[in-house]
Ligand binder design. Sequence first.
Ligand SMILES: [Fe+2]
Length: 266
Amino acid sequence: MTPLVVAQITDCHLQNDPRQDYRGQNVEQHLDRVVESLLLQSPLADLILWTGDLVHHGGPEGYQRLSQRLADLPVPSYWIPGNHDDVALMQQVGHQDSNQTDNPTVRQLNQRSLVTGGWGIILLDSTSEPDGQGGGSLAQCELDFLQQQLQNFQDYHCLVVLHHNPLPVGSDWQDQIMLGNADLFWRVLGQHSHVRAVINGHVHQPSDRMHNGVRVMMTPATSVQFKAACPQLVLEDDPDLRGPAYRLLALYPDGRIETSVKRVAG
Ligand SMILES: [Fe+2]
């Protein structure tokens, strides 16, 4: 049984000027390493999900560099915003590129749902009602979209994709800025037995657990990692955990999931 191979890349925090560091790291180079690693994997991923905080200051430069990079990849990409992103700008850059190229790898950047390999994938914008600290919620229209897509995809296994974590991670500062209306999110998912998994970014650390029968996977960043179970923000200092990372998921037609976090040298 051949699985659909999905890569998740998250929290790149690209700077306007690619020479500028983020928290002491050249995140542009981190992303280079991650993309290089991804392209060396066999089998090659079928698609890449970019799960927010793609730039740090919300300026156009990072999006333009990123979308150019994605145009050169042999794998189609789909992106959603995080709390550091500018949603309108992402829409604009994704749309421009869609119009200016025949390359199918960039046509779908702003696409919000797809069906492939027996799976339905639904991408959500969780940046509504920002609290100024990094928190965000799903607007009512996003919850309605989720409900509608899950109904449309009832014959498929479903993967739901968003930036903010819908479960706490056990770090006080991060749990205050998790998905603001996670209760409403889980209420929608609870009405559909074909949701197999949720993936999110935002937490800059890995997690993999079951909740209400759904596998919830969180993924380390390409930029910098945050130490788990800390009351305040502490950068990861464990040499085995602090490097740039991404996640691979093998989604099988029978609903099975195999996954691993790939770490690369910083
Ligand atoms: Fe982030």
